[in-house]
Design a protein around this ligand. Structure first.
Ligand SMILES: [Zn+2]
Length: 182
């Protein structure tokens, strides 16, 4: 139960990072994700963004992946953990932080969501974009054979969670577009 409560607090989506020593890059303070499957998933997501959604709107050349858990260096600083975020660090260079490590059943839904932000990482705090990232996550997980069941349970139809609302609104909009196309 304690674990469930903790997860409920931790897994609520993109959050803002707290202060850090300016000369130390965030990405150096967190555990690197080396899992080749995770990197292949990101490449698939970029392909889908390109082929179906005419993105990314700014070229994305390098995507660094981190679990949002502090590494040896990071533990020296007062910095946040367990968040998910997509951060542009230079031209064509992005860091994606995921709240949970690969192997967790929410890892790929979370990574799929953050990959959705690669469409245009400059757009922040926009619920339409969050909705897009939710349906994009579901789509890319389906395509790559990763279960989205954990998020189906987390974001049910009548949930008051803003991510659930954004998800269902985007799904509805997509359905309407599908009807118009016919
Ligand atoms: Zn998001």
């Amino acid at each position: 139960m304690k674990r469930l409560l903790l997860l409920a607090v931790l897994l609520t989506g993109c959050q803002t990072l707290v202060d850090k020593p300016a000369e130390v890059p965030f990405r150096d303070c967190y555990v690197e994700i080396t899992d080749p499957q995770a990197h292949a998933f990101v490449r698939e997501a970029l392909t889908l963004l390109t082929e179906k959604y005419a993105g990314p709107r700014q070229p994305v050349e390098t995507v660094h992946l981190r679990t949002a858990r502090r590494n040896g260096l990071g533990r020296a600083y007062r910095i946040a953990e367990n968040f998910s975020k997509t951060e542009v660090i230079g031209p064509g260079e992005v860091v994606i932080y995921i709240a949970v490590p690969p192997g967790d059943n929410e890892f790929y839904p979370m990574l799929g969501h953050e990959c959705g932000h690669l469409l245009d990482p400059t757009i922040e705090g926009d619920w339409e974009m969050e909705g897009f990232c939710m349906i994009f996550s579901e789509e890319i997980c389906e395509r790559t054979g990763h279960s989205w069941a954990a998020w189906q349970r987390r974001y049910p139809r009548r949930s008051s969670d803003p991510y659930a609302k954004a998800y269902w609104k985007a799904k509805e909009a997509e359905r309407h577009r599908g009807t118009e196309d016919k």
